[in-house]
Ligand binder design. Structure first.
Ligand SMILES: Cc1cc2nc3c(=O)[nH]c(=O)nc-3n(C[C@H](O)[C@H](O)[C@H](O)COP(=O)(O)OP(=O)(O)OC[C@H]3O[C@@H](n4cnc5c(N)ncnc54)[C@H](O)[C@@H]3O)c2cc1C
Length: 394
């Protein structure tokens, strides 16, 4: 099968933020890596990277090149704006209480992807294959990958090709998927008042409306609404959309002015039934997807990467695609992914329901997280994200 194919320890399929980080982490650990990825397209989103993710990017030499575009997140505020009978009091979390200067940093996805791409260009042991993978064929000892004119083989393939992952399908891994009748409108804006490094998540009956700081008097917006409402908002001119955002934000940041491109992202959820099989390991949205609540998605994907690198290093096996290594990776990710997916799903659905007992439970949960010391500290530690240090492979 390897005839005419260049052989790598690992081929990472997909050059989004998870794929590029995976390629860097595994190459830094001493594996020979191919990154099979066409150039990333523009992305209007920003990502709130929690401390564990920033530490990972720092250890890979990416963060020093990216941080000028990022704003620190020192305070996180959750406001119950459901207008319902049972409402939670406002919950405010300060990073200093959790023993850290910041919860993390918010960065435009384009700036993060550009810094990752420069790091890929500088990295040793890492070859970029600038094409989409057209065929991925797992075999007993290798996976064959065809990408445009390139033909390669790898002992392990990392599927980082996003929600509709063809690599996952090639490995025969099914997903449990579900839909939300919600669409996220994303953009960036400038505003009159300072944000003081605080993000604010308003919980509305249609979903979260979240303002996250960017450098200066600017913020990014994720406004989750019913699909028809989101489409109507996205069609407004800049002045009308700015006014609608300011109204929804109760003018907490004063007058607002939309200053970035807009994106409409329909929300959906899925989780893979296995995170690895047949020499293929899933990371990022190839493995899990859920609504943008509490800045979890990419942070979870970067933890996939750190755990995969650590699992390979610990196994010290000659073959990184070995069944035992893949089983250990699957076990290593199951709890974190299942817990976060269920929590975000439950929280989102609890906003949408009119069922009073669920509203009471949600309000009580927020009250406890905001007011009761041990639960509050637990919530903040979860916000910082579990640390997953990298260790070397060879
Ligand atoms: C509105 C919104 C806001 C969000 N905010 C946050 C946040 O604040 N914090 C957070 O942690 N997460 C956030 N997320 C989640 C986060 O954006 C995603 O988890 C993250 O973008 C997923 O990255 P990925 O690399 O796994 O997938 P993607 O970004 O989808 O990348 C997949 C890549 O694979 C490539 N590809 C596809 N097929 C092939 C192929 N056959 N061959 C080669 N390449 C291929 C694609 O071109 C793409 O470049 C948010 C999500 C949404 C919808």
């Amino acid at each position: 099968m390897d005839e005419g194919r260049e052989l790598f320890d690992v081929a990472v399929i997909g050059g989004g933020p998870t794929g590029m980080t995976a390629a860097l982490a595994l190459a830094a650990a001493g594996l020979q890596v191919a990154l099979v990825a066409p150039a990333a397209g523009a992305d209007p989103r920003t990502t709130a990277l929690l401390k564990g993710s920033v530490d990972l990017l720092t250890s890979l030499g990416v963060w020093s090149d990216a941080e000028a575009a990022a704003a620190p997140l020192r305070t996180m505020r959750i406001v119950d704006d459901t207008g319902r009978l049972v409402r939670a009091p406002e919950a405010v979390f300060d990073a200093v209480e959790a023993g850290s200067e910041t919860f993390g940093f918010n960065i435009p996805n384009d700036a993060l992807n550009a810094a990752l791409s420069r790091a890929v260009d500088r990295a040793a042991n890492l070859a970029r294959v600038p094409a989409k993978a057209d065929a991925i064929v797992p075999g007993a000892s290798r996976v064959a990958v065809d990408a445009g004119p390139w033909r390669l083989a790898a002992r392990l393939v990392v599927a980082a090709d996003g929600a509709a992952s063809a690599t996952r399908e090639a490995a025969g891994i099914a997903v449990r998927s579900w839909q939300y009748r919600q669409t996220a409108l994303v953009t960036t804006l400038s505003h009159a008042a300072a944000h003081h490094d605080a993000s604010t998540e308003f919980h509305t009956p249609a979903g979260p409306f979240t303002l996250v700081p960017l450098p200066g008097r600017r913020s990014s917006l994720v406004w989750v609404e019913r699909p028809d409402v989101a489409e109507r908002l996205a069609a407004l001119d800049d002045a009308a959309l700015s006014a609608a955002i300011e109204r929804r934000a109760h003018s907490i940041l004063g007058a607002m002015c939309v200053d970035g491109p807009r994106g409409l992202l329909p929300l959906a959820g899925h989780v893979a039934v296995r995170f690895a099989d047949r020499r293929v390991a899933l990371v990022g949205e190839a493995a899990h997807r859920f609504p943008p609540i509490g800045a979890q998605g990419l942070n979870l994907g970067l933890r996939d990467v750190a755990v995969l690198a650590r699992t390979l290093a610990r196994a010290r096996a000659e073959d990184p695609g070995d069944d035992a290594v893949l089983a250990a990776y699957d076990r290593g990710r199951r709890g974190d992914v299942t817990m976060r997916t269920a929590a975000v799903d439950l929280f989102d659905r609890s906003l949408l329901t009119d069922f009073l007992p669920v509203q009471v439970a949600r309000a009580a949960g927020l009250y406890l997280a905001g007011r009761v010391g041990p639960i509050r500290r637990f919530a903040m530690r979860q916000g910082l994200g579990p640390a997953t240090p990298l260790v070397g492979w060879r």
